[in-house]
Write a protein that binds this ligand. Structure first.
Ligand SMILES: NC(=O)c1ccc[n+]([C@@H]2O[C@H](COP(=O)([O-])OP(=O)(O)OC[C@H]3O[C@@H](n4cnc5c(N)ncnc54)[C@H](OP(=O)(O)O)[C@@H]3O)[C@@H](O)[C@H]2O)c1
Length: 332
């Protein structure tokens, strides 16, 4: 007979081991059966700041290739790229120089609004250009960057053709509202999207939209998880970071991956690249997860509404007229 106290102790240890095993899970399963890494390096503004970026900031300190060499050296194997970021040549140079086998990399890419607006030929040429610039012969996951009004369903269907040709292994969405997704589904698509990528952090946690896409079976990819580095001194975040013996960035990244949401931090600094990777070694307890999920204010939701309306047709002729831009979507 094992004494009760020892049995209880064994049960606690077993629970802790199960929790730690779950914490260490580094991928999430897509609805097509594939695995998506939960940690992805975001390449926006790495080496290049696009002219129409919302917040241009100062000139980047180093070239894309220099930064990306370090990104791969410190261990990132998944990269979030985009036509809009205008830096795929540098990303490709670093990939080629690294000698890392293609099968060990997971590359996400997206076509920009003007290309979506221009239609099928432009989209096909852009995918070919990205393959050349990135120096790869397929892209793991290709996204419609914004649901450009009147154009995004046709864009998706062109991506279905490229998917059938093996140029892109999966198709995903970015910045889609519930209403944009309903429009896409009604448009008669045949390949289910695997992901939707949008801003998702404790300051912009749109619970209705998140639940809707998760119920639809799409994996969410969070951008601006670190709120662009602007909330690193927030007292709730610093307090919780201290409690877990981690940095604020690690707390935010852990909060994200603990929900099975893809985390895509961007930093051009080597020490931060390494810091941001440490999100699989600890667990945030349920009460703190809930507290972090309750920080979104109406002001932040209003800011999201303005950004959606500004960006959904940016760099297209519609930007002038706002023709077809949805002004009443689900914001929360
Ligand atoms: N689909 C879309 O429309 C869309 C939109 C935006 C972003 N994205 C993707 O999401 C990625 C991430 O979003 P983001 O780059 O806008 O914002 P972010 O990752 O939330 O924040 C990046 C900012 O935080 C700073 N930072 C990074 N790690 C830090 C740390 N440990 N401590 C303190 N500051 C830190 C960075 O500065 P340093 O570089 O100086 O370290 C940078 O200024 C992008 O790179 C892109 O791939 C997609």
């Amino acid at each position: 007979m094992i004494p009760c106290t020892i049995l209880r102790r064994l049960q606690i240890v077993s629970r802790q081991l199960t929790t730690m095993a779950a914490a260490q899970k580094t991928t999430v399963t897509l609805n097509n059966g594939g695995e998506h890494p939960l940690l992805v390096y975001g390449t926006y503004k790495v080496g290049v700041v696009p002219a129409s970026a919302s917040d241009t900031g100062g000139p980047p300190p180093r070239t894309t290739a220099e930064v990306m060499k370090e990104v791969l050296e410190v261990g990132y194997r998944a990269l979030d790229c985009a036509e809009f970021y205008a830096n795929e040549v540098g990303v490709g140079e670093a990939i080629a120089a690294s000698g890392i086998p293609r099968s060990e990399l997971f590359i996400v890419d997206k076509c920009w609004n003007d290309t979506i607006y221009a239609g099928a030929d432009a989209i096909t040429k852009q995918v070919e250009r990205s393959l050349t610039e990135l120096q790869v012969d397929y892209i793991d996951l290709y996204l419609v960057h914004w649901p450009v009004p009147g154009k995004h369903v046709d864009c998706y269907k062109t991506l279905e053709t490229l998917h059938a040709a093996g140029k892109i292994k999966a198709i995903g969405l970015s910045n889609y509202s519930i209403e944009d997704y309903e429009e896409l589904k009604a448009g008669g698509i045949t390949v289910k999207p695997v992901t939707n990528q949008f801003e998702l952090n404790p300051f912009l946690y749109r619970t209705k939209t998140i639940k809707y896409f998760q119920d639809e079976g799409l994996v969410l990819q969070s951008y601006r998880t670190l709120r662009q580095g602007k909330e690193m001194s927030h007292p709730v975040l610093t307090g919780l970071a201290e409690k877990y013996g981690k940095t604020v960035a690690q707390l935010l990244g852990r909060w994200c991956v603990q929900q099975g949401i893809v985390y895509m931090p961007k930093s051009e600094k080597r020490h931060r690249m390494i810091e941001n990777m440490d999100v699989f070694s600890f667990v945030i307890d349920d009460a703190d997860m809930t507290a972090l999920g309750n920080m979104t204010t109406q002001e932040n939701i209003d800011g999201f509404k303005a950004l959606y309306e500004k960006c959904v047709a940016r760099d297209t002729p519609i930007a002038e007229t706002m023709a077809g831009v949805k002004t009443s979507i689900t914001y929360n």
